[in-house]
Design a protein around this ligand. Structure first.
Ligand code: GLC
Length: 413
């Protein structure tokens, strides 16, 4: 994997981050795109600003939870598609300072992140359902029913975006990334990212803005190649939410199982990608209990298995077994049972070197191993490394990862 070889390289080491979708939509608690998906007129939706008063908002509690989950950075929705801004912007009145809360949410979060040296990235939606000059083109993610008095004007709108991004990159200390969402204008323009790079040299920029940026953003399971490819060759950050329906807080959300999320995370991290897992705080500022429990479970798993991801590289060329993924650091190989196993051993054909030691990272227990010629591989009588008697039942909710330590010079370099 190529490196940036500059201040942006923090991103390639951090690997696992917390995505936070928060805004006025948390009040109705239906979906973050409520305004568009239920065709709520702007005048009605905008009134939610008069109810936004998250008295329990505590950025330290968010970062505590992220760290308990093994996450190493945070990406926060400063402005989602509804156009509501969670910082003290001078470019629109539709911002948190004009809510009963009257405090700059981003300033508090940025301060907490700086105090704890926790990288902060900012999500910013190019689509804006509030701005009267948004260059509406009847694209996906734009309003189904345009507001009758709007006056679409690309230039006025881009000036607004530029001024907002300048505020975000100037007034909140070090910013580690800008996460553009869905540029539906078709306007290509490198000057936006140039400005970000000038103001914030450590900022990584995703590929959903006005030029290709620094990294790809496969979302949910929409890109099938994420499952079939064996490693990412370009910087990639996959994203998903703990909730199946919504990224913002949803009262009766259908949550993903922890097992599904852990398998999804392992699939990305073992291929050298980053993973951004989203939670949607409630209108009072607290993170829902179900999401908290899921994050705690993931944290327990990833803390045990972190060596399998930390500064490792994919090493899938060592075996033909496509049920597992391999990562490697020097003379240590990590075998990830990424897919749900169907037998209680792992066969690493044609790999046939004996490790000095085999350990189940999840528990620290030793794993039985042998190099042998097995009945199902009688043609050619090719020996292979076999890891056996894995405690599948006890670990059925997580990805089993086995650490294999080899003698110096056993593995090809
Ligand atoms: C989806 C959602 C959008 C969310 C985004 C994050 O596109 O529709 O609301 O912000 O995912 O990637």
């Amino acid at each position: 994997m190529k490196k940036f070889n500059d201040a942006r390289d923090w991103f390639l080491d951090a690997r696992f981050g917390m995505f936070v979708h928060w805004g006025l939509y948390a009040i109705e608690a239906w979906h973050e795109q409520d305004q568009m998906r239920r065709d709520i007129p702007r005048a009605q939706y905008s009134k939610l600003i008069n109810q936004f008063n998250p008295t329990q908002f505590d950025p330290d509690a968010w970062i505590d939870l992220a760290q308990q989950a093994g996450m190493r950075y945070i990406c926060f929705t400063t402005k989602h598609l509804d156009g509501f801004c969670l910082w003290d912007t001078k470019q629109t009145d539709f911002n948190v300072m004009n809510s009963p809360y009257q405090r700059d949410v981003l300033a508090q979060l940025a301060q907490a992140c700086q105090k704890r040296d926790f990288p902060l990235c900012l999500y910013y939606s190019c689509v804006d359902w509030h701005h009267p000059n948004y260059p509406y083109r009847n694209q996906s993610h734009e309003l189904n029913i345009p507001e009758p008095d709007d006056q679409p004007d690309l230039q006025i709108y881009l000036d607004f975006v530029r001024a907002q991004i300048r505020e975000l990159c100037t007034n909140y200390g070090p910013i580690h990334g800008i996460w553009w969402d869905i540029n539906q204008t078709d306007h290509q323009d490198e000057s936006f990212n140039d400005m970000i790079r000038q103001l914030q040299p450590a900022a990584v920029i995703n590929n959903r803005g006005f030029d290709p940026g620094d990294f790809g953003t496969p979302e949910r399971d929409w890109d099938a190649s994420v499952k079939t490819s064996l490693e990412f060759t370009e910087p990639t950050e996959a994203c998903n939410s703990v909730g199946y329906e919504s990224w913002g807080y949803r009262k009766d959300e259908d949550y993903f199982t922890t097992e599904f999320l852990i398998r999804d995370i392992d699939n990305i991290l073992a291929k050298n990608g980053n993973y951004l897992l989203n939670v949607g705080p409630k209108a009072d500022g607290t993170i829902p209990e179900q999401a908290t429990n899921i994050l705690h479970d993931i944290g327990r798993w990833i803390k045990q298995t972190w060596p399998a991801f930390n500064h490792t590289i994919p090493a899938n060329e060592l075996t033909e077994n496509r049920e597992v993924l391999l990562t490697r650091k020097d003379q240590t190989i990590y075998v990830h049972l990424t897919k749900r196993p169907i037998i209680s051993s792992v066969l690493l054909k044609p790999f046939a070197k004996l490790p000095q030691k085999a350990t189940l990272l999840n528990t620290g227990q030793p794993v039985e191993f042998a190099v042998e010629h097995l009945p199902n591989a009688h043609i050619g009588k090719i020996p292979q490394l076999r890891l056996r008697n894995l405690p599948l039942e006890a670990l059925s909710n997580e990805v089993i990862i086995i650490k294999l330590e080899f003698d110096k010079n056993t593995l090809p370099t």
